[in-house]
Ligand binder design. Sequence first.
Ligand SMILES: [Zn+2]
Length: 112
Amino acid sequence: MPRAADPLQPVPVPADLHERMTAWRRAHPQATFADLEGEATRQVAALRAELIAVALAAGEPETAPACPTCGAIMHRVGERTRTVTTSGPERVDVTGGRYRCSACGAELFPPR
Ligand SMILES: [Zn+2]
């Protein structure tokens, strides 16, 4: 189980996020504090979507999942991509294995 982040330690901010906010500020010199806050929220949401995509690309489970309907081990029958909207609401393309149960015919994507 991953450890929770230490609340006393700041989370490092990617340098490109600083650069994007700096560029946005220079392009919007009359922006209000609310405008800045809105842009920061948008940039963080985009970063969150990017981090989710990186984690999804890290790989699939090594073993086929059990069928959620009957419990039999499923078999991989191909790959599929779909776009998922985060609560951001950024969009993330999810690509992964598509599984089918030979016992009952149920299909599963993504497996988890
Ligand atoms: Zn099944």
